[in-house]
Design a protein. Structure first.
Length: 44
C-alpha cells in the first residue's frame, strides 16, 4: 500500500514538472526567485 501511494505521488510530481516545462513556467519561477534574492541583499 505504501509503495503504491509513493509511486502515485512521484508520477504526479513528474507530470506536473513536465507540464510546467512545456508551458515555460520555469521562467516565471526563476524571475521571482531572482527578485526575492535581490530584495534579501537589499539591491531590489
Amino acid at each position: 500500500m505504501k509503495i503504491t501511494i509513493r509511486a502515485v505521488l512521484i508520477l504526479a510530481a513528474l507530470g506536473l514538472i513536465v507540464t510546467g516545462l512545456f508551458h515555460n513556467d520555469y521562467n516565471d519561477v526563476l524571475n521571482k526567485a531572482i527578485r526575492i534574492c535581490y530584495e534579501c541583499m537589499g539591491i531590489g
